[in-house]
Ligand binder design. Sequence first.
Ligand code: OAD
Length: 242
Amino acid sequence: MNTLRIDEGTRLLVLTGAGVSAESGIPTFRGSNGLWENHPVERVASPEGFRDDPSLVWRFYSQRRAGAAPCEPNPGHLAIAEWEKKLGDRFLLVTQNVDGLHRKAGSQRMVELHGNLFTTRCTRCERTPFEDRLEYPEGTVPLCGECGGALRPHIVWFGEMLNPRELIEVGEFLQRLDTRLVFMAVGTSGAVWPAAGFVDGARKGGGQTWLVNADPADNADRFHHFVQGRSGEVLPKLVTFE
Ligand code: OAD
């Protein structure tokens, strides 16, 4: 297996997807037995679906909370948290995962691009999104204690915008001039934008690009290096610091 050498003149941007949490027991989205094979995406993960049947959406996310709550980070999450400790501000993690396992593993310099499964927000008032680990009984829609509006999961659904501040943070990290960039995507099918395009942003700035994935991702040919395997096995051995 190739190893990735990181010295003092290098910064590292890591993008993760559902594959990183697969070894912790959380299902991925695409492929056989993926979440989107068994659930109608547009009904449970879009603003229109929530408008039509909010209790169905809450049932889906309550089930996902129940599935994710007992899961623990695996050696892949832990390796990424270690890299951050070594690199400080020369490191940024961007995750599409909403399961909170990176935080549980100790990651802090992190953008949760698609939101967080254990955070809820109000659809009506401006209150700050808040931690919420409850699983709501079937057929119910929780209401805001402050204004009575319907609550919703703090997840970015299909057709919704990502947080522009977070995209700016990623863009600024990609474009920094003080160090050489290494970009690594792990456990993501490269099917969902804008994350699937980060590799092109990294290459434009002269960055070295690595993909670690169980299967060739849709955008695999855009990467300089492809390490095929399970992230929990590959990541702890992949990087050496000089
Ligand atoms: P996908 O389910 O699309 O892809 C997961 C990828 O991980 C696949 O390419 C698998 O081959 C790979 N994989 C599986 N197990 C692995 C392992 N142990 N080690 C390494 N790789 C492994 O998940 P994402 O790319 O994360 O968005 O999906 C992106 C977004 O699409 C999600 O955030 C979600 C979904 O719709 C929203 O819900 C908004």
